[in-house]
Design a protein around this ligand. Structure first.
Ligand SMILES: [Mg+2]
Length: 360
């Protein structure tokens, strides 16, 4: 079990917002904390954690810029700096880095393949996107790595030839190297947080009840983790929502709270995340420590940063963050929205097809 200390101090968040931040032990990321009862000794500490939560809720919910009407030919509207080039503008460089290597594609779902919508149950991807992802999986091993539960994300994507890693990588179904009786690859399941299922179920029921008092709040169960959506909650109610969530979690030190786009995520406090899932999947695909693979990971959320960090630390692969607004990221490149992700994937498929034609 992860042990951590929480100390409140003034700090500047990535978007320039002045706020209270939490200092954590080194192995944990800067935007998560476990709210065990040992951490909350009195009301003042609880108030600090609530105000910190509200600050992070604001920091992780950037205002939208104006929508893009069609595929841009340039990134002239972008506020990203030179440190993070536009992936479509650097397409040639990215594909040339894959020469002699197998591209392995890792895709987040919400905000990457589908638009972020008010009702998370309505986050459908377009038919055009589905076709492109299907084509992508024909040429490259392709995994969907989502915070949603595996079954739910499969219900949205509906493509059988892909690898699915749900619940932030805590529920993986991937091919193994061994063959089944039909000559195909056997599937391997991996669920590093299965012992937490009863606790997650219990907390889900409590939070569902508590959130009835917060207009617009929605609790979603993702099997091994929970999402409290506040997209439809008036900002004046954010403190009340954070208070409810943290007061429940202080009774469950084995769980931790993290912050995503208009969502609070509650998950087991284990050292497992989308980055660990990425490493696990690379190993499953036979690329544990090899140079013959170019992993490309595309995602829009803070939880995707763990995967970007893995690629950066390996010095291998391409991390692409999906965001219209510049923000702190370990990704190397950016795309602004799912339509740009679609064009990037289309470009990869076309490039691969033309490579085949050239070698025929
Ligand atoms: Mg996402």
């Amino acid at each position: 079990m992860t042990k951590q200390s929480v100390v409140a101090s003034d700090a500047k968040l990535g978007n320039g917002l002045q706020a209270v931040s939490l200092q954590l032990l080194p192995e944990e990321s800067c935007m998560e904390f476990s709210s065990g009862r040992n951490l909350v000794n009195n009301e003042t500490e609880q108030e600090k954690i609530v105000s910190t939560s509200v600050a992070f809720m604001r920091a992780s919910s950037p205002r939208r810029t104006r929508p893009t009407d069609s595929l841009p030919e340039t990134d002239q509207d972008s506020c990203w700096g030179v440190d993070h080039p536009w992936a479509l503008g650097m397409f040639e460089k990215i594909v040339s880095a894959s020469r002699g290597k197998q591209i392995a594609m890792f895709l987040d779902y919400d905000g990457t393949l589908s638009p972020i919508v008010v009702d998370p149950d309505q986050a459908f991807m377009s038919e055009e996107m589905r076709e492109v992802v299907k084509d992508t999986a024909r040429y490259f091993p392709t995994a969907i790595v989502s915070g949603r539960c595996k079954e739910k994300v499969y219900g949205f994507v509906r493509l059988p030839g892909l690898i699915y890693a749900g619940s932030h990588g805590m529920d993986i179904r991937a091919p193994s190297k061994s063959r089944n009786e039909k000559g195909g690859n056997k599937a391997v399941s991996f669920q590093p947080a299965s012992e937490f299922l009863p606790t997650i179920d219990e907390v889900y029921k409590i939070l569902e009840e508590r959130m009835k008092a917060i207009p617009g709040a929605k609790v979603e169960t993702n099997k091994f983790c929970l999402s409290v959506h506040f997209r439809c909650v008036d900002e004046k109610e954010w403190a009340a929502l954070a208070e409810q969530v943290t007061s429940v979690l202080k009774e469950y030190p084995e769980l931790k709270l993290t912050y995503g786009r208009k969502v609070l995520e509650i998950s087991p406090a284990i050292n497992w995340n989308k980055g660990k899932a990425l490493e696990f999947l690379l190993k499953s695909l036979g690329h544990a420590n090899s140079d013959d693979v170019l992993p490309i990971y595309i995602g829009d959320d803070r939880t995707d940063e763990d995967a970007f960090k893995v690629l950066r630390d390996r010095g291998q692969g391409v991390g692409i963050v999906v965001s219209k607004v510049a923000k702190e990221t370990s990704a190397a490149y950016y795309l602004r929205e799912p339509s740009e992700v679609m064009y990037f994937l289309k470009g990869l498929v076309e490039w691969k097809r033309s490579s085949f034609r050239a070698s025929a």
